[in-house]
Design a protein around this ligand. Structure first.
Ligand SMILES: [Zn+2]
Length: 474
């Protein structure tokens, strides 16, 4: 309902949309705010606040509840006009548009063919590619090296994640084989690690923001009401509520109602963009990951769905690595979402990446909430550079640490041939797992090369002289 009101206002300009800092005194007040499923942009538990985008009606509602509020921006329309809104809408300023990202990542793939592989790991509802770049020596081969995954733009209005991912791709490629400290580091990581980077998980939402909604659209563009076209007052799924671990555990921070900004989708993994990340994880099997979001300047660990942590020793490992990253490079608070940003949410990427340990090994996945606004000082390159400085060393650190978590003489892969279909033709999509696994040499127990995974089931792949052999199928 809240989403509905806001969107109508955005379209009709019937009233101003405000960016309001909402303070809570206690847990009861916090939960009363959260029960409205407001459009939360950021939050900090240490300061007891949320930044919420709201219309006048919602503002009055909160006011009547006795909530203390501080209006940061009274009229978002005006704000964007004055701050160069047209610039944001036309080409995102210093941030990447989707096509700018595509152009650059293709250029890099052509320029550095020996250490990169560019893959389309899935397609959005509007048939835009979800692009993933693998950076490693012998990129066409699965070499059984420690693996890291970095993603940006699950949420369409959080462009800094794309900037950070693209910077890291460039940094690795440009420094590979070069003399000096950065050269040594990049060369080591490229040679000894497999690094997967997905700059834009949500191409439809991101592209939508290039021309609409003041750059404030969050979800993808699923046609929730099946009326054949996209309407912003009802459509879209929150991709960071659609992952399959404890999906829909409760309705806190994750809504069953399509118009809400945190709508989790009709079922776990219902969204093609999230399916793409799932299949990438199933095959690449990263030990470490950072999913980039904004904003709040915090480092998030699991669990998202409850105010608790993974069991030992993982709790200690998670927090110790977060402490290292915070202490050395950005000074951000860290912990689970409840203790840092002030609300729990189920169906989030990190819970699944860590918690799902059956179809793939566990992955120490973090969410970084970068910065202090979505469109941080557009055209101020210094802020983007500072945010890159706050995050790039963390990726390098986690990639080094990934070695500690590797015990992958065996890989387990669950193949689900009917999981993804072209949403127009309903034909099964050729999935990246097949492509990836076929680029390695796969043999069945009798030593015969397997060309395709025709049957769904569990495949155990055993490392044998730089190739995997299938131990057994069931
Ligand atoms: Zn986000």
């Amino acid at each position: 309902m809240v989403g509905l009101i806001l969107s109508i206002m955005l379209i009709n300009s019937a009233g101003s949309v405000m960016l309001t800092r909402v303070y809570y005194q206690n847990d009861q007040e916090r939960l009363r705010i959260l029960s409205k499923h407001p459009d939360i942009l950021a939050g900090r538990a240490d300061g007891k606040w949320f930044d919420i985008l709201m219309g006048e009606e919602e503002y009055r509602e909160f006011k009547n509840m006795g909530i203390r509020m501080e209006i940061k921006v009274y009229d978002m329309d005006k704000f964007f006009e004055e701050k160069g809104g047209a610039h944001i809408l036309i080409n995102f300023g210093e941030y990447y548009t989707f096509s700018e990202m595509q152009t650059e990542i293709n250029q890099i793939a052509q320029q550095y063919p020996n250490i990169t592989k560019l893959d389309t790991i899935g397609w959005s509802w509007y048939n835009r590619p979800v692009l993933a770049m693998k950076i490693s020596d012998n990129p066409q081969i699965d070499e059984n090296e420690p693996t890291g995954l970095f993603t940006g733009v699950h949420h369409a209005r959080e462009p800094i994640g794309c900037s950070i991912c693209m910077d890291f791709i460039r940094w690795l490629c440009e420094n590979y084989g070069q003399p000096g400290g950065a050269g040594d580091t990049a060369t080591f990581l490229v040679n000894e690690r497999e690094i997967w980077i997905v700059p834009v998980v949500n191409p439809d939402g991101y592209t939508y923001n290039e021309q609409n909604a003041q750059g404030m659209w969050r979800k993808n563009q699923r046609d929730n009401d099946n009326n054949g076209y996209f309407n912003s007052d009802y459509d879209g799924v929150d991709l960071n509520r659609n992952y399959g671990y404890q999906w829909g555990y409760d309705d806190w921070g994750s809504s069953p109602n399509p118009p809400d900004d945190d709508y989790r989708g009709p079922s776990a993994f219902s969204e093609p963009e999230v399916q793409a990340i799932r299949q990438l994880c199933d095959v690449a099997q990263p030990q470490v990951a950072i999913n980039y979001h904004s904003y709040s300047d915090v480092i998030l660990t699991p669990w998202g769905y409850i105010d608790d942590y993974p069991p030992e020793p993982d709790r200690t490992i998670y927090l110790a690595m977060a402490d290292t990253m915070s202490t050395n490079w950005n000074g951000w608070p860290y912990g689970n979402p409840s203790s840092t940003i002030g609300y729990a949410a189920n169906g989030v990427s990190d819970d699944w990446m860590y918690g799902e340990q059956d179809e793939k090994p566990k992955c120490y996945a973090y969410t970084f909430e970068v910065g202090s606004s979505f469109w941080q000082a557009v055209n101020d390159t210094n802020i983007i550079l500072q945010q890159i400085a706050e995050t790039r060393p963390c990726m390098i650190y986690l990639l080094y640490r990934a070695q500690n978590f590797v015990d992958i003489k065996e890989k387990k892969y669950v193949y689900k041939p009917l999981l993804r279909k072209d949403f127009i033709t309903r034909n099964p999509l050729k999935s990246i797992p097949e492509k990836l696994l076929l680029s390695s040499k796969i043999y069945n127990p009798l030593g015969r090369k397997i060309k395709n995974f025709e049957k769904g089931g569990v495949y155990i792949l055993k490392k044998d002289k730089e190739v995997y052999r299938v131990l057994y199928l069931k």
